[in-house]
Write a protein that binds this ligand. Structure first.
Ligand code: GDP
Ligand code: GDP
Length: 436
């Protein structure tokens, strides 16, 4: 499961700037996903060799009173969730008493701490760091989050402190099951669906209940196909009740998406598609996962409501129009066959093996039909293509001036490849490379 790194510090030291620098994706899409606690941002950092979740405990903006209490609460939550703590301070403000308070709290956790000294731009390194040596934290890193300096060093320093990679790749390679993450907001019907799919087999998981806070993997066999359901909330009803509050765990959701091949996003047909649903979809796509949208509680909706719902979904989901939407009732078990078919289909597309010569031929056809617009009198050239990986299917295209290829042309190519290989239910990645 993805490890977790938290950014902790006073307001205004630059945590959210740093968060953006760390989670910026290939497509520069920064997704923040407010969880139950407001103003906390979660993202996945892909800049190093091993991805991890970044939590920005941050934004206390607008809060005038009880700042200390709120900071303390954020700090505790960060300590609770993360394996590595990045303590962010402001080189321009220097060492303030509140920093000292936060640090003592962090130290009590016994978790590894990195000191990120931010806003060092325009300062002499010695001046910038000097004061903070008093903290006695060995790993002290000068940063300028606003200018994206020091981020790589920070990541390099954090990686060795993370818990060892369980290296599940071997086990997964032998296991031919389709790994499915079932995600969605509370009450969407995730546990009902999982229990319904498992039928009597649900007892398998009972002894796991409460022993771990990680998402749970549940084997499922259905119509001769094997699946591993990666569950964020579902089957552990009892554990959840004991925890008291039933909270939506963004971290668990990100972890289960990362561990999966196919993400099933469950939404309640009676509720509108919320921003959080769209953010979850954005994350799944950014992570390159295949995607199925399951609209639950389809039972008991009249024809008018169904039509309204379908129309809204179509409008809001144009950006993932390749993803299949299925209408189900987890409670009554209807639509589940179609759901499983969509999962199998999406998985097949996501892991489809592409061949170099065929890709190049398809590229030529696409290029002949429609060429990228000229850039200062020169056309970007696309020469040949080869596969660059699967889940998501990645197509590497070699050419020249590919930097100038507009997003619209990239989408055109994506659509062309998608149609040619009938890649339904999965995002496609295109990597342009200049020169040969
Ligand atoms: P947060 O409250 O800790 O999340 O802080 P923000 O990320 O919102 O940053 C607070 C202010 O500091 C903003 O105006 C940023 O533009 C600024 N800032 C952040 N990082 C840097 C930096 O590296 N150098 C400078 N000079 N300013 C920065
Ligand atoms: P979770 O929080 O996503 O795991 O959601 P639950 O599975 O706990 O379901 C939340 C509520 O919705 C429960 O009261 C379920 O009985 C109800 N529910 C789940 N699926 C359906 C469905 O297909 N139709 C109807 N009418 N209710 C459902």
């Amino acid at each position: 499961m993805l490890p977790v790194v938290a950014l902790v510090g006073r307001p205004n030291v630059g945590k959210s700037t740093l968060f953006n620098a760390m989670t910026r994706s290939r497509d520069a899409l920064v997704a923040d996903m407010p969880g139950v606690t407001r103003d906390r941002h979660y993202g996945v950092c892909h800049l190093g060799p091993r991805p991890f979740v970044v939590v920005d405990t941050g934004g206390l903006s607008g809060v005038e009173e009880g700042l200390d209490a709120l900071t303390a609460q954020q700090v505790r939550l960060a300590i609770d969730e993360a394996q590595v703590l990045v303590f962010v301070v402001d080189a321009r403000d220097g060492l303030l008493p509140q920093d000292q308070g936060i640090l003592s709290e962090l130290r009590r956790s016994g978790k590894p701490i990195l000191l990120g000294v931010n806003k060092t731009d325009g300062l002499e390194e010695q001046d910038a760091l000097g004061e903070f040596t008093r903290f006695g934290i060995a790993a002290m890193l000068p940063l300028s989050a606003a200018h994206n300096r020091g981020t790589e060093d920070l990541i390099a320093a954090a990686l060795p402190l993370l818990p060892p990679d369980e290296d599940e790749s071997e086990a997964q390679a032998e296991d031919d099951s389709i790994r499915v993450a079932i995600v969605g907001r509370p009450n969407a019907g995730k546990s009902t669906l999982i229990n319904r799919l498992l039928g009597e087999n649900r007892l398998i998981v009972s002894d796991v209940a409460g022993t771990t806070r990680d998402p749970i993997r549940v084997p499922l066999e259905r119509d001769g196909k094997r699946y591993t359901l990666i569950d964020t909330a579902g089957v552990r009803r009892r554990a959840r009740v004991e925890e008291g509050v039933e909270k939506f765990s963004v971290i668990k959701t990100l972890q289960s998406m990362a561990a999966s091949q196919v993400v099933v996003l469950m939404v309640d047909a009676r509720e509108n598609l919320a921003d959080q649903d769209l953010t979850l979809i954005g994350h799944a796509v950014e992570e390159g996962r295949a995607l199925v949208i399951a609209v639950n509680k389809w039972d008991g909706m009249d024809a008018y409501q169904r039509e309204q719902c379908q129309r809204t979904l179509e409008r809001k989901l144009v950006f993932v129009d390749w993803a299949k939407t299925v209408f189900i009732s987890a409670l009554h078990g209807s639509g589940l066959r179609e759901l499983m078919r969509a999962i199998v289909r999406a998985h097949a597309s996501a892991t489809h093996e592409l061949g170099s010569s065929d890709l190049t031929r398809t590229l030529e056809k696409a290029y002949e039909a429609y060429q990228p617009p000229l850039v200062r009198g020169h056309a970007p050239k696309l020469r040949f293509a080869h596969p660059g990986g699967s889940n998501p299917p990645t197509i590497v295209i070699h050419g020249s001036r590919t930097k100038h290829i507009a997003p619209a042309y990239r989408r055109y190519l994506e659509g062309f490849f998608r149609k040619r290989y009938r890649l339904e239910g999965t995002p496609i990645r295109i990597d342009f490379r200049d020169g040969d």
